[in-house]
Design a protein around this ligand. Structure first.
Ligand SMILES: *Cc1c(COP(=O)(O)O)cnc(C)c1O
Length: 222
């Protein structure tokens, strides 16, 4: 725990200032989060609703929480009142619920669309075709309480750097195609969230604007 403040300082010294660092604090206790917070860091990511809710009341209210894990539609309304961004929007159904619940609260919720770019099987994430279908649906045109700020993705967990780089390039190309087709006049659509402890350097080389870092900062999860 004593190294957390040092770890995050070293990391942030290496990362260009234009790239946001989300400190992924899943499984970590509030004391560890406070060690990172004490360096001035404010952006933290969690992947479970229950865990996020149980920690956030014991932590300063100026933390910007990012939801980065699969979110069940029925749990969305619990985090919408305070979460800074939902990075893991992986279906139109979920986006619909986020929009509806945000509307009830008079909020506009910042979201990233999660794309399935890895070789690994996963149930979660849009394909490019899914996203096009959604953007061209009449439903989407009536979503006034969400703001799509960009894309998010996770590369395959492998030592094969070429394969990882290819997946990051794929995500950047998805971002560019969507930007040109649907968001050219929308400066909010600007984020590419890619890169974790094992692959963030490659991700930054390929255009990442947000990296999500857990183990480099907090140590291995047990
Ligand atoms: C756990 C997690 C991370 C951080 O992983 P590390 O390898 O510990 O940096 C990033 N993104 C998502 C979606 C995660 O679930």
């Amino acid at each position: 725990m004593t190294d957390i403040d040092k770890n995050i300082r070293i990391l942030k010294d290496q990362v260009p200032v234009s790239v946001k660092v989300v400190a992924v604090s899943k499984t970590m206790p509030v004391e560890h989060i406070m060690a990172a917070y004490s360096t001035g860091h404010r952006i933290f990511g969690e992947n479970r609703v229950h865990e996020l809710l149980s920690k956030k009341d014991h932590l300063p209210s100026d933390i910007e929480w990012h939801m980065i894990g699969h979110l069940q539609s029925k749990k969305a309304k619990q985090i919408i009142p305070f979460v800074r961004m939902i990075q893991s929007v992986d279906s139109q159904k979920l986006l619909n619920v986020i929009n509806r619940e945000s509307e009830k609260l008079g909020l506009v919720t910042d979201c990233l669309l999660q794309f399935h770019i890895a070789r690994e099987e996963s149930k979660f994430g849009f394909t490019f075709e899914d996203a096009v279908r959604m953007f061209e649906s009449t439903d989407f045109m009536n979503f006034h309480n969400i703001r799509i700020c960009g894309v998010m993705g996770m590369a395959t967990f492998t030592d094969d750097e070429t394969a990882v780089r290819k997946e990051f390039i794929d995500l950047r190309e998805i971002f560019t195609l969507l930007k040109n087709k649907y968001f050219l006049n929308d400066p909010s659509f600007s984020e590419i969230s890619m890169g974790m402890s094992g692959d963030y350097k490659i991700a930054i080389e390929e255009g990442s604007t947000i990296i999500r870092i857990g183990s480099i900062i907090f140590g291995d999860r047990i």
